[in-house]
Ligand binder design. Structure first.
Ligand SMILES: Cc1ncc(COP(=O)(O)O)c(C=O)c1O
Length: 363
């Protein structure tokens, strides 16, 4: 009754956890949820035409605004090579549909974004660890999910040169770029390729409002028209209402200030979380303080599988993400991803002290 590709389909662990985090008293370090206090208010009024069908590529003014942003990053993408997405998660699906057949090798970092693994797996990808070469290389080089790490300049240059030399497709996923707490060079890899085949994508979920489901991609000429056709077959076009709300926000005079304020706000949360981590898990785990993004990545000092810990943690009203889920081959035992943007105040201490207790019990 079902297609063959359904056989390998598994629920995303993160979405299953999100289902319980609204429980009263639950402290969640699990999702990548922006802080509720950081979400915008909207009381807008729109022209009726915004509720009409629209172009697959997206609203022309929003595409132009994205192209201008990409120009400042050094990415070669005029507005007619910008595609507005129904969330950047959709870009992963479109890219997979474009490149992945059953058995196609896809090169990824290990660990990497688990919902990308879920999509690539769905189309039958075979994962290989970077720096191996593959028809498609998928990367989150800037404050990546789950590690929060920012790839060095040298590594970026090296990957750009290798993908060019191999004539394969580079897919750079970049939703955390603007959540930057210690600025450093983070010029996109695709801006260093000077040609070749590439897809670059960004999102308004972390800087504005994830519920609007709005992202964008730009791609090299050889890929762009095909990606548009795949999107046509997927959802015709992205919500025009969402596009108008975002366009209003990003073209207003306050947008650069909003990004600065957001970075200040999350930098504070990161620092508070870092101090609490030292208090509760200082003798149990190691981590690097992330220079951007929304996550701390912990390596426990003993190889304790954190997956069974999750059920016990949820029973005590604390949620987190077991790190093992982010490894394409299920390795990575003894790691965990903690989101620092959502929980606040005493909840952070309560949640981390519960996790520390559970880890001690396992040891
Ligand atoms: C690396 C990465 N890519 C893509 C997404 C999807 O984001 P959205 O669909 O909300 O734009 C996320 C969400 O957390 C992410 O971490």
């Amino acid at each position: 009754m079902f297609s063959q590709r359904i056989e390998g389909l598994r629920p995303s662990p993160i979405r299953s956890i999100l289902a319980v985090i609204d429980r009263p008293g639950m402290v969640s370090f699990a999702g990548g949820l922006p802080a509720t206090d950081a979400l915008p208010r909207w009381s807008g009024d729109v022209e009726p035409e915004v509720l009409q069908y629209g172009p697959t590529e997206g609203e022309p003014r929003l595409r132009a605004a994205v192209a201008e942003h990409l120009r400042t990053l050094g990415v070669d993408a005029p507005a007619d090579r910008v595609l507005i997405l129904s969330g950047s998660q959709q870009g992963i699906d479109l890219a997979a549909k474009l490149v992945v057949d059953p058995g196609t090798p896809v090169a990824v970092e290990s660990p990497t974004y688990l919902a990308a693994l879920q999509v690539f797996r769905f189309y039958g990808a075979r994962f290989v660890d970077l720096p191996a070469s593959a028809p498609l290389t998928y990367l989150v080089p800037t404050f990546g999910n789950p590690t929060g790490a920012c790839m060095s300049d040298t590594d970026r240059d090296e990957i750009a040169a290798r993908v060019r030399a191999d004539d394969t497709v580079l897919f750079e996923d970049d939703p955390y770029r603007d959540l930057v707490y210690e600025p450093g060079d983070r010029t996109p890899i695709v801006a260093r390729m000077h040609g070749g085949s590439w897809i670059y994508q960004g999102s308004f979920s972390k800087t504005f409002a994830p519920g609007l489901r709005l992202g964008f991609l730009a791609a090299s000429e050889d890929l762009f028209a095909r990606l548009v056709m795949i999107k046509q077959a997927t959802d015709l076009h992205t919500s025009r209402l969402s596009q108008h709300i975002v366009l209003d926000a990003i073209s207003g005079p306050d947008w650069p200030d909003r990004l600065d304020r957001l970075a200040d706000f999350y930098r504070d949360r990161r620092d508070t979380f870092d101090a609490a981590l030292h208090r509760h898990l200082g003798d149990l785990a190691t981590w690097e303080t992330p220079k951007g993004g929304l996550f701390f990545w912990l390596t426990l000092d003993r190889r304790v599988d954190t997956r069974p810990l999750l059920d016990q943690a949820i029973a005590r009203n604390v949620a987190f993400m077991p790190g093992e889920e982010f490894f394409p081959d299920g390795t990575g035992v003894g790691t965990m991803r903690l989101n620092f943007s959502h929980a606040t105040g005493d909840d952070v201490d309560r949640g981390l002290s519960t996790l520390a207790e559970l880890i001690r019990e396992q040891r």
